[in-house]
Design a protein around this ligand. Structure first.
Ligand code: G
Ligand code: G
Ligand code: MN
Ligand code: NA
Length: 257
């Protein structure tokens, strides 16, 4: 409760920051986009990890104003990058959206307003949702369909870890599958045939369904090569880049091949 109160002040008081982790095209080596990841610089507690405060924000409902701030700030940042470096320098911004936000009746209007205010094309925005939020119910499914029909792209985050991955793909207009890091770990040593099989099956599924595949949490060149050979066109991970402040991210964009 204490943390929730402080989080409320943090949202209003400008203690939140966004870092951006590049998403690379593994074939061309170009930066395709970046995922916005929120950070909280607390005045006395110091750095508070999103792994600690996002669950608090979800429980208290503060995720709604917090998420609204993240969405607007991330889209504004992409618009600034495109204005400074050209629209070809970076195509997409990935924003994590919690199920509580998707349940709000005003969410679609909020997205439309942010796109209009920032001048972004809907396809520039990739909304990341988890499998459990997609399975929340008809209202959330409706919201996701409306966003997809507007041209906003939808990514299923942490893919492969949920319960009902395959049936979800038929019920919901997904554009991007993000293979969870747990399947990427150890993929180059062939440590675990089960995880390897999931990674390969997801790559095939993406090809059949004509989606985009992003492999998350790539930490070595051997993993990158293995995943690219499996058919993963896009990847993210510490091997390429950590989550970065916007200026450092822009330097990597400007230095693109
Ligand atoms: O950046 P890091 O790996 O520490 O993030 C930890 C968790 O917090 C991840 O599950 C990530 O998806 C989540 N997260 C980070 N930023 C946001 C955000 O802006 N909104 C939501 N809903 N989750 C976020
Ligand atoms: O749940 P979601 O996939 O949105 O969370 C992404 C989280 O993974 C972020 O907290 C980010 O900091 C973290 N992350 C990104 N790349 C790597 C990586 O290569 N290794 C590890 N350990 N974590 C990563
Ligand atoms: Mn994510
Ligand atoms: Na993930």
């Amino acid at each position: 409760a204490r943390l929730a109160g402080e989080l409320h002040d943090a949202i209003l008081g400008g203690q939140l920051r966004l870092l951006y982790q590049p998403v690379y095209d593994l074939v061309t080596g170009r930066m395709h986009g970046a995922e916005a990841l929120v950070r909280w610089q607390h005045p006395s507690r110091g750095f508070v990890s999103p792994a600690d405060f996002i669950p608090v924000a979800e429980k208290s409902g503060l995720i709604v104003p917090l998420g609204a701030w993240v969405l607007r700030e991330a889209c504004s940042q992409l618009a600034r990058w495109q204005a400074a470096l050209g629209a070809d320098a970076v195509e997409a911004i990935n924003v994590n959206v919690a199920v509580r936000q998707l349940r709000e009746t005003g969410f679609v209007d909020e997205v439309a307003a942010v796109l209009s205010d920032t001048g972004l094309c809907p396809a520039n925005l990739i909304i990341e949702v988890t499998e459990s939020s997609v399975a929340d119910g008809p209202q959330v499914t409706d919201t996701l369909r409306t966003l997809h029909d507007m041209g906003v792209r939808l990514a299923l985050d942490d893919f492969g870890t949920g319960q009902s991955s395959l049936s979800l793909l038929r019920a919901f207009p997904v554009d991007v599958l993000k293979l969870d890091k747990s399947f990427v770990d150890g993929i180059a040593d062939g440590a675990d045939r089960g995880r390897l099989a999931v990674a390969a099956a997801v790559a095939q599924l993406v090809e059949y369904l004509q989606l985009k595949a992003v492999a998350e949490g790539i930490e070595s060149e051997a993993q990158l090569i293995r995943l690219r050979d499996m058919g993963y066109r896009y990847g993210q991970g510490y091997f390429m880049a950590r989550p970065l402040p916007p200026g450092e991210c822009a330097e990597l964009m400007a230095a693109a091949p």
